[in-house]
Design a protein around this ligand. Structure first.
Ligand SMILES: [Zn+2]
Length: 279
């Protein structure tokens, strides 16, 4: 983040310098001389090296007929995640470094493949799917982050992927599809970048005091993470089946805090080593 800001500053200083120099030249020309000076040759302004804003696609899970996980007090996952996504969208756009698209901006049902297709069509630089989970054990709480893999890092991650994929998509039973996809993603650097992104989320959550599950970065066959060119992660913000998590997830200040931590994760991701990407 600091690096970019400094670079922005340098670009701004250069632009300012050019303006000042231009003004001095004009001032010098306006001096009291009897002969009209020849017209100054047109000076081509150097193109500003303003970095192109990165396009972030945020994917609030579920929507419409699909409420997602349900809380003990009736909180619906689809409502929590759209609030956090909108908060994060505002925060990311505020700095001018990012453009942000949401895969759904209202309470509508969008199939997972459609979400992936929208991100691909828009040529997203990064994809983040936002969810909240539920668990049969009401004591389980904390956030976790997931990236795509052929086999789940554990049985719970597999079960989660099956839940998030929904009845229409049985990705884990067709792991050859994921396997092929992963080969392509690996060749294009997408696997490493996705993992790096997931790790930055875990780190910034840790620093921001967001409670995390043990082994916070896990892997499984999530259908929504299957774009070969777009680094992607899925975050579970907490468990609606836990009364503390459910309460927190409905508090606007906590939603904003999650947004801030996720924005810091995106900043950290782009601030370190994006040059390693081949695509
Ligand atoms: Zn979900």
């Amino acid at each position: 983040m600091i690096y970019i800001r400094r670079r922005d500053l340098i670009v701004a200083s250069l632009a300012l310098g050019a303006t000042v120099l231009g003004a001095s030249a004009a001032f010098a020309r306006s001096g009291k001389t009897s002969a009209k000076p020849p017209p100054a040759p047109a000076i081509k302004k150097p193109k500003k090296a303003v970095p192109k804003p990165k396009l972030i696609v945020l994917d609030p899970g579920h929507g419409g007929k699909d409420p997602g996980a349900l809380g003990l007090r009736g909180t619906e996952e689809k409502q929590v995640v759209i609030k956090v996504a909108r908060d994060l969208q505002q925060q990311l756009q505020a700095g001018g470094r990012y453009r942000v698209l949401l895969t759904r901006n209202g309470d509508t049902f969008i199939p997972l493949r459609e979400r992936v297709a929208r991100a691909e069509e828009a040529k997203a630089d990064l994809f983040l799917s936002i969810h909240a989970d539920s668990h049969p054990d009401a004591d389980v709480r904390g956030a976790s982050v997931y990236t795509l893999s052929e086999e789940g890092s554990d049985r719970e991650a597999d079960a989660l992927a099956a839940r998030e994929n929904g009845a229409g998509v049985q990705l884990s039973r067709h792991s050859d599809v994921v396997a092929k996809m992963l080969v392509t993603m690996s060749q294009r650097g997408t696997v490493n970048d996705s993992r790096r992104f997931a790790d930055t989320i875990v780190q910034t959550f840790g620093r921001s005091g967001v409670r995390l599950l043990p082994r916070s970065h896990r892997e499984a066959g999530f259908a929504v993470l299957t774009s070969p060119d777009i680094p992607a992660a899925l975050v579970e913000l907490g468990y609606l089946s836990n009364r503390y998590d459910e309460k927190l997830l409905t508090v606007p200040q906590h939603q904003a805090a999650l947004g801030r931590a996720l924005r810091a994760s995106v900043d950290a991701y782009f601030g370190t080593g994006t040059a390693t990407r081949k695509a």
